[in-house]
Design a protein around this ligand. Structure first.
Ligand SMILES: C=CC1=C(C)c2cc3[nH]c(cc4nc(cc5[nH]c(cc1n2)c(C)c5CCC(=O)O)C(CCC(=O)O)=C4C)c(C)c3C=C
Ligand SMILES: [Fe+2]
Ligand SMILES: [Fe+2]
Length: 339
């Protein structure tokens, strides 16, 4: 366009609604796993050790072994029909449902898509597509109810890095975490009631993805957000204290992580005579390796091995219409004046 063209009418600017999740490997073969884990575990928001200390360990030992063991776990849960991981299938389905609701409300003034922090579709590529399609404004929703530097902040970092590539940068709004929103808590409570058919279990374990304890000590609010979600869930269900236990899973590396560890806690519950438990994982917006394989596999086995009998896994909110409504409400709260 020449400066003279600038006087001609421009197409109406759109608002992009971009949801972001963690990312997942493109395949469960060694190289796909290695590429994904390398990008993920090289992120300073995830592992904050200095590169000179961490990279030799990561490149030399971890990325030699872990792609095989993790790949075997992904194989167990892989969506063979679409040749992708469940996180990808579910994120796409959430996006399609959100798109339908957003178009019903705002028509083609909005464009809805998803991106991943690691792997594909990259934040860079999707942001660029939105800008090319005429989005002059972006509402960015990292799909993590509880804020963590290793998830919400790094998703935002990646968006801002992608914006650095844009000649004409759109305006952006990043959404707050939603760990204490009434609609989110109500959707969680409804999913518990639906799965348990109204029954109150002797124990409901709310298992959140863990993080090094040091990160919380240094100011990351994730632990407090998780505790708050569990408390609000208990209140919403109308249950007394002591039914819901908050625990943390997926310990990685040699540091102390947030405690109690789910895998040990469920075994301890079984030994104490809690042989009938339910498990929910409110930190995950979509079922993924951490829930389908770790909770419903390793953690279930730990419970049964210690004498547990009934282990009811309550799925993530996924594309539940109540969850899509939560997402839409968060967008509504952030899109004011733009549509
Ligand atoms: C929901 C919040 C999450 C936090 C907080 C988080 C922190 C965190 N994670 C690792 C290491 C790994 N996480 C892995 C998978 C994974 N993590 C999350 C979410 C959080 N991580 C999700 C949704 C997933 C699943 C992705 C999928 O494809 O399904 C893995 C990879 C799995 C494996 O290879 O075993 C690792 C490794 C650290 C170190 C960390 C620290 C703050
Ligand atoms: Fe993780
Ligand atoms: Fe895990």
């Amino acid at each position: 366009m020449t400066p003279a063209d600038a006087r001609s009418p421009q197409p109406q600017a759109k608002t992009g609604i971009l949801i972001a999740n963690l990312g997942t490997p493109d395949g469960y073969d060694y190289w796909s796993m290695r590429r994904y884990l390398n990008e993920f575990l090289s992120d300073k928001r995830v592992i904050d050790y200095p590169a000179w200390k961490w990279q030799p360990l990561l490149q030399g030992i971890i990325l030699t072994k872990r792609p095989f063991t993790s790949g075997a776990n992904y194989k167990l849960i892989w969506n063979e029909e679409l040749n992708e991981s469940p996180l990808m299938t579910i994120t796409r389905s959430q996006t399609e449902a959100l798109r339908a609701r957003a178009h019903a409300e705002w028509g083609d003034r909005v464009m809805v898509d998803f991106c991943m922090r690691y792997g594909n579709p990259s934040t860079d590529e999707v942001l660029d597509r939105m800008v090319q399609a005429g989005c002059r404004r972006i509402v960015f929703l990292p799909l993590y109810p509880q804020y963590a530097g290793a998830t919400s902040a790094t998703a935002n970092d990646q968006l801002f890095r992608a914006l650095m590539q844009q000649k004409w940068q759109p305006s952006v709004r990043t959404c707050d975490p939603y760990f204490n929103r009434e609609d989110y808590i109500a959707a969680l409570a409804a999913s518990v009631e639906r799965k348990l058919e109204g029954r109150k279990p002797p124990k409901l374990v709310a298992s959140y993805h863990g993080m090094p304890r040091r990160y919380a000590d240094e100011g990351d609010p994730y632990y407090r957000h998780c505790r708050m979600t569990s408390d609000l869930l208990q209140r919403r269900l109308g249950w007394e204290d002591g039914i819901i236990d908050t625990t943390f899973q997926s310990v990685f590396g040699s540091e102390e992580w947030l405690r109690p560890y789910t895998v040990e806690h469920v075994a301890e519950l079984a030994r104490q005579g809690y042989t009938d438990i339910a498990v929910i994982s409110p930190a995950f917006a979509a079922d993924c390796i951490e829930t389908l394989e770790e909770i419903n596999g390793e953690i279930r086995e730990s419970f049964e091995h210690a004498g547990g009998k009934e282990f009811t896994y309550i799925p993530c909110l996924n594309d539940d219409p109540a969850h899509v409504e939560v997402m839409l409400n968060v967008i509504r709260d952030n899109i004011g004046g733009w549509v």
